[in-house]
Structure formats: C-alpha cells, structure tokens
Design a protein. Sequence first.
Length: 368
Amino acid sequence: MVASPVTDRRFPGQNKFKLGLFSFNTYGGLTNTLAKERWQANWPNMCNLAIMAEESGIEFLLPLAGWMGHNGDAPTDGHFHETMSWAAGLLSATKSIHVFATIHAPFLNPVFAAKQSVTCDHIGSGRLGLNLVAGYNEKEFDMFGVPYFGHSERYAYLEDWLSVVRKIWLKQEAFSHQTEFFNLKDVVGFPKPFGNTLPMVVSAGSSPEGRAFALSKADALFMVVKSIETLADDIRPAKLQMGNRPIKIYCSGHVICRRSKHETDEYYKYLIHDNGDWAAGRYMQKSYEEIKSVPIEILKTPEFLARLMSGHGTLPIVGNPEQVTKLIIDLHKAGLDGLAFALPNYLDDFPLFAEEVIPRLIEAGLRD
C-alpha cells in the first residue's frame, strides 16, 4: 500500500495519554448484562455524558456501529444509534471535544459520505473524525443487499472508498474514478472540510490486512490488546511497519471501577455472574469463531468469554481507582498513545473515574 499523508488535526490539549469514551451510542454499551443498571442510550443521557466528558478533559467520543443485535435476552439488544447523525448532534451540543462517526464503508456510498461528513465537520468547527470499518458480519451485508467480499477484498474496497472520500475533500475540480469497485463520473464536493484541514481517520486492525490499512492510510490504529504483559512486544512490529508516518496507536477497553477492590468484585459479580446476558455473550463467541478474528485456543477459554461478557472482548480494566490508574499507566509505558473505554453505566460510573482516576493520571504525568 502507498502511504497517505497524516492529517494536521490534533486533539485539544497536551496530554501525553489521550482518553475517549467508547460505545455509549448503543443500549447496554459494551456490557452484556440484564441488570437494571444496563446503559440506556437515550438522547438526554448521551448529551449529558458528552458534556460531562468534555468538562473533565476527555479528548474524544467514539461510537460503535452496528445494524443487528447479538441474539441476547435484553429488550434493547441490537439498539444502535446511527453514528453520523449521532456525531452531528453531539458536535452541536459540545464545544471542544472531538466526535467520531463509525462508518461501515461497504454500506455507504463514498460520495454521499464525503458530503455528509463535511456537513458534520462544519457543525463541530473541525471536530469530526471518521472511524472506518470494513465490516465482517455477512448477515449485515445481506441486509443491505451488497456483495460480501473476502477478507482481503474488503480492505481493498475500504482503501479505494477512502481514496474517493479524500479526493472529494481535497480536489477543487471535478474528477472521475474508475476502479474495480467504483465507476464515478464528474464528482465534485463543496464545501470542503472546516478550516482547510482534513478530518482525522482512525481504524481498528487485528488482521494483517486491517493493520496494514490503518498503518498506511489512517491517522491512528486501534489495536487489540491480548494482555498488558505482551503489549510492548505487540506494538513494536506496528511501529516498524508505520515507518516515518507519525500515526498514533490506541486501544479500546472497558473500565469497571468502585472505590474498593471488594466493591468492584461485588459489582462485577452482580453485573456478569448474577445478571449476565449469557445468550449474547455466547452468540458473540460463536461469531468471533466464524470470522477467525481471535485464535481458537484463546476464544474458547473462560477468561475470554468473561471479556466478551463484560466488554465485547476489549481489554478489561477492573479494580479500585488505584488499580485502574496503574493499568492505564502500564498501557502508556508499553507504548500506547491513548485509550477509548466503555463503562457499565456511563452516567453513574464516569464521575468516579473523573474524580479519582484522572487526578491520579495527572499526578503520574500522563494528563495535564
């Protein structure tokens, strides 16, 4: 792949380690629970959380895109707010925080996406970002009536899709684009992104193709953390592969935190063991097996099923404020630039993170 330039845009502030809130556009967030505390992703809750996060210095908001549920028992299983409209609303409700839209590229025409994203970017005065997804769920492709390509082809499509979007953002004159995937004629797009800078593009990649795309075409890679102990070794090849492109490497996780370890353990037990939506967790486990995104010897372990239950397979960051702080510091020491994290109930749980974890990160020199 030919490397693309990196955007000039940056998150606000000078924090060494960036923080974002992840997946609060979905009912339940990342926690497969039937407990009464299950996250309710209604608009007042989401707006209040976005403002709270901005006031606490959180750099970005990252939604989870989805079109179908996980065959769970929760009444709101599969309730996802569409992410570009979601981003537009939150950009209008905030002043400085960056808001991403997560886009399944095969389901959205790139000409429309370029225009739509610029509109959102102007609403937020240059604070929109795109999180690009190649897609994996064949049933969702069938739902949209679009071809389900093989894994490598999906990333070839994603690369071509992004090249169209960036051309529209940049070019002043009409252009045509004929490739294996597109036959576009006399394409134009005005206005251009806000402030003559391009929106930040991020992408997750656990497969070789996904990682290669993110490292050569995106401004940041979200990588899967198998364990904190092996993280530095996992990051090293990515940094070699990116070459001279100054992109950032983040990860996603889920934070379960109470004031004491005992309270945290009891809360975890209550959410997952006593009130877990195990139908959803096992469906996710089967889905991961079908797409071969996680080695089977890891996927079948009780530990990974627990990760699926408590956070859709993202990194568990569980403990009292001191333990959570240490785990985040360990991520930074291993070489990560930031973390997008979910919470079981964002409005209930974020204040403790803001009051007890962020000050400790400031004391450790990771935040200003």
